[in-house]
Design a protein around this ligand. Structure first.
Ligand SMILES: Cc1ncc(COP(=O)(O)O)c(C=O)c1O
Length: 269
């Protein structure tokens, strides 16, 4: 697949094992395409990536064995620190990760290995990564639309992302106690990062108590919600929630300006 894509665009592929390089190199050599390969280093995520300079050098040497492959630089992403809520500890953790990236860079530079790209960073650490002088590219995604989990973080630096992603729901049941039920549940919201939040005026007067398959139960002052009311809900985690919908409706000042298809929805294989 990478080889097919490389015919159509300038593609970089991340690797952290020699077997991946061998598979890519063999396929790219045979297809006559050139691939840019980024070696992934583990800077605290404990997901993908090598954990030593020696292992990194093994990968770079393996890439250089294939005429079709070109060492493009480092992939260095630490997702664990993105959601550290407090600004100071998040900044400190980002600096530790950045220092680690810098040590890998020094190792490569000492051997005369040119590093074109150093890519990483997410919404939580982008402002520190940008000013680090280490990264040449950053990868934040959630900041564009945001979610409740990121929204609960302390943003006292140069970056203060705002919520734009909301799920439009309708009140489908009310109770004299102040309880109301929205027509969205787990099939339209993900809960891996906690409960969603209400948006706008409703957020000050009511809160989400629980989410079931097709319903969300909210509680506020008696009489606050009426049947048919539209209530905007901020998802707990934006990435997997977007994947639950066919379209995103773009609204500005209450007017629908665009409808964007979610092209990659359901393409997990
Ligand atoms: C490798 C990588 N880069 C960037 C991101 C984007 O992070 P965020 O949406 O928190 O900005 C992710 C998110 O999962 C990721 O896995």
């Amino acid at each position: 697949m990478a080889v097919e894509l490389a015919r159509a665009c300038d593609l970089s592929v991340c690797v952290d094992h020699v077997e991946q390089i061998n598979a890519l190199g063999t396929a790219a050599d045979a297809a006559g395409v050139r691939l840019r390969v980024l070696t992934e280093i583990d800077i605290g995520q404990t997901r993908c990536g090598v954990t030593s300079q020696d292992d990194l050098l093994v990968l770079v040497a393996a890439i250089n064995r294939y005429p079709s492959l070109r060492f493009g630089g480092l992939q260095a992403f630490n997702g664990k620190i993105q959601h550290e809520a407090a600004f100071g500890p998040r900044k400190s953790a980002a600096m530790v990760a950045i220092d680690l990236v810098a040590s890998y860079l020094r190792c490569l530079e000492a051997r005369g290995i040119a590093v074109e790209t150093v890519t990483g960073g997410g919404t939580g650490t982008a402002e520190f990564d940008v000013t680090s002088g280490v990264y040449t590219e950053i990868q934040p995604g959630s900041y564009v639309i945001m979610d409740r989990h990121y929204g609960a973080s302390e943003w006292s630096g140069a970056v203060t992302p705002r919520h734009s992603l909301k799920v439009a729901t309708t009140v489908m049941s009310t109770h004299p106690s102040g309880r109301a039920v929205l027509d969205v549940g787990l099939k339209g919201l993900t809960l891996d990062s906690g409960l969603p939040a209400l948006s706008g005026v409703a957020a000050e007067q009511a809160q989400v108590m629980r989410v079931n398959d097709e319903h969300s139960v909210i509680e506020g002052q008696p009489g606050l919600f009426r049947l048919g009311d539209q209530v905007m809900v901020i998802p707990g985690h934006c990435d997997p929630t977007v994947n639950l919908y066919d379209e995103i409706v773009g609204v500005r000042n209450g007017v629908v300006e665009s409808v964007w298809p979610v092209d990659a929805r359901g393409l997990s294989r």
